[in-house]
Every structure is written in C-alpha cells, then in structure tokens.
Design a protein around this ligand. Structure first.
Ligand code: NAD
Length: 334
C-alpha cells in the first residue's frame, strides 16, 4: 500500500486532482490518500497559506499529488509552489511534452522533456524596492545546483537512449550567471561522450521550438526560462491541459501539472484533467508501478484519439467528469 499526500489546491485544482485520484484508484493500486490543502482557499478560511498539517503529511508520505495553487500578483503573498520547491529542495522540475494522437497540431513528432532548475535563478525570492521608482531582483546561479540538474538531464537522456541534450541560456548577455550554467553543462557533457550537447540561446530557442521542435529531445535550463519554455511547449502539443510534471528532490517528490489554477474556468466542470492524470502516471512510474502508469497513459491516449469524450479546450463538448469516466471505462476493460 502507498501513502500519498493529495493537495487539491485552488481554482480547477479540486476538480482535476479528484479526476486523477479516481483514475489511479481504478487501476487497482492500493493507495491511502491523505488529503490536506494549501493555498488561497485555505488562506481565506484559516488565515494561513500552508497549515502545519501539510508539511507533516509531506514529510511523512514523501510522495505528493498536487493541484495548482493561486498566487495573487503584486501583493505580499509568496508563491507556495516556490516555497515548497525550496523547502524540500525539489531541484528537478521535469516536464515531458509529447504529441498525443488525435490532437491536430502543426508537428507530428514532438517528444521532448524539459528539465528546469527549480530552486534558484530569478525565483530565489530576493527582490527589493530601491526607491518608489526602482526595484531589483537578484538572479542566483550556483555551481552545485546547476551541476545536479544538468546531470539529471543527461542521466535521463542516457537511460532513455536520447542522443542530444540542449542547454538553454543567455550567457552572451548574463556572462556570470548564465555563463556559469553553460560552463557546468559543458563540464557535465564530457562525462557523456555519446550524447551531443546543443547550446541554444533562449530567444533563439523560442523561435526554434515554434519552427523545428522535432530537433530537440531533452532541454535543460534555469528556472525562469524553464517556466516560460514549458508553457510554450504545452502550446505546441495542444495546450496547458495536457502537460504533466514532477518536482523531484532527494527523497521527496511532488507531482503536478504545468498549468495553473485557471480561475477563468474554475468550478464549471470543464477543465481538462489530462495534465494532472498524466502527472499521476509519472508518480506511479516513480513508485516503480510502470505497468499501472502505462495503463493510465494508454487509456488517456485512446480517449483523446477517439475524440468522443474530450473537453472543450481539445475541441470537444464533454465535462471533466465525463472525460474522467471515459478514461476509467478504458482502464476497467483492459
Ligand atoms: P493558468 O495555467 O491557470 O491558465 C492559463 C490559461 O490556460 C487559461 O485560459 C486557462 O483556462 C487555461 N487552462 C489551464 N489549465 C487548463 C486545463 N486543465 N484545462 C483547460 N484549460 C486550461 O495560468 P494563469 O492564468 O497565468 O495562472 C492562474 C493562477 O495559477 C495564478 O495565480 C498563478 O500563479 C497560478 N499558477 C500555479 C501553478 C502551480 O500551482 N503549479 C502553475 C502556474 C500558475
């Protein structure tokens, strides 16, 4: 039996995490879900963003399925996502972006995985207002954090027979910070002679991805670029409703979709549950349950390819619950 912490989150979070939970349960795997919540909803009720029980549950169970959490812009509200990633040193944010059959996109063979450094860069939280008219943010790049995310990307490439890893940077302008990240990539790549290191400047990468995404297999980059490129890549395969993710540290792992809490469609039962369901499949794979993970991926792919029960963002008319039910039926028939 697995003990897993479930954080429903804000906005569409409760709807899509509930769908993922039902689907994981439908595979027959024995999971004891411990539901604890954090975020804007909790803040309104309890006056605290992350109640202690959330930390206790994460530290006990060590594996988390998490819904998106709202971070209001501009006010003194810290991002809980950034906080959890830093607190538990979840240094590797891994986001596989894959073409799903049945979704009409300009490219046929997109299959790449983004490794985003998750603990520093411009998300270090060091910002200050100099005067009324000037503010500063500090970008932190360390050799330790850079080497470990880059190694993670190369190890993944090696284990999955990938031939190339692209390091995305802006070292031409940010010579010390991005320069260090690039140097680390060159250093690590020497240990993997069979894998080509592609060095790509971030602005060029944006253009390359919208014109030739099939050229890339693994992308490793710093925090902000990784955040932006993930949404860009989600757009290439059909939108944010489809791309899963994992935040992995040493011993603790949090699985969540790339997308946010989507307040514009929250509470309407129309959100696409695929990204969180596939994050759940990544979680099962992490737990060593590859067969169950593949079962979920296959059921999701067949449901989308069939096109009968898909949500509005994919061109369908089904609700979140109808799509979830269709996926469960496919799992049960296997
Ligand atoms: P968003 O990802 O929530 O939404 C962007 C657009 O994509 C919206 O039009 C939304 O309707 C659509 N969308 C997103 N997920 C979808 C789904 N599953 N099905 C169908 N359509 C979907 O981004 P945003 O609007 O910039 O952010 C909203 C809030 O979410 C902000 O407070 C932000 O900080 C937070 N956020 C949280 C996380 C996280 O918890 N990991 C990640 C990103 C953003």
């Amino acid at each position: 039996m697995y003990n897993i912490t479930l954080i429903p989150g804000d906005g569409i979070g409760p709807e899509v995490t509930m769908a993922a939970r039902k689907i994981i349960d439908a595979t027959g795997i024995d999971v004891k879900w411990e539901i604890v919540n954090a975020g804007a909803n909790v803040y309104e009720k309890k006056g605290v963003l992350v109640p202690d029980e959330v930390y206790t549950s994460i530290e006990k169970n060590k594996v988390v399925l998490k819904g998106p959490i709202t971070t209001p812009i501009g006010c003194g509200f810290r991002s809980i996502n950034v906080l959890l990633r830093k607190k538990y040193d979840l240094f590797a944010n891994i986001r596989p972006v894959k073409k799903i059959k049945g979704i009409d996109t300009p490219f046929e063979n997109i299959n790449l995985t983004i490794f985003r450094e998750n603990t520093e860069g411009l998300y270090s939280g060091i910002e200050k207002k100099e005067t009324e008219g000037a503010a500063q943010a500090i970008k932190v790049i360390t050799k330790k954090a850079s080497l470990r995310i880059i190694k993670e990307a190369f190890d993944y490439a090696k284990e999955n027979s990938k031939k190339k890893v692209a390091v995305v940077h802006k070292a031409n302008i940010m010579k010390l910070t991005d320069g260090l990240f690039l140097e680390c990539a060159r250093e690590v790549s020497k240990e993997y002679p069979d894998i080509e290191l592609q060095e790509v400047i971030v602005d060029n990468m944006c253009m390359q991805l919208v014109m030739n995404p099939e050229k890339y297999e693994v992308i490793v980059t710093t925090n902000l670029y990784g955040d932006i490129l993930s949404d860009l890549c989600a757009g290439l395969v059909g939108g944010l409703g489809l791309v899963p993710g994992a935040n992995i540290g040493k011993g603790i792992a949090v699985f969540e979709a790339v997308h946010g809490s989507a307040p514009d469609i929250a509470g309407k039962n129309i959100a696409n549950p695929t990204a969180v369901i596939l994050s759940g499949a990544m979680m099962l794979n992490y737990l060593g349950e590859k067969e169950k993970s593949d079962l979920i991926i296959d059921a999701v792919q067949r449901t989308i390819e069939e096109g009968k029960y898909i949500t509005k963002d994919l061109g369908g008319i089904s609700t979140t619950s109808e799509m979830t039910k269709a996926i469960i039926e496919k799992i049960s028939k296997k």
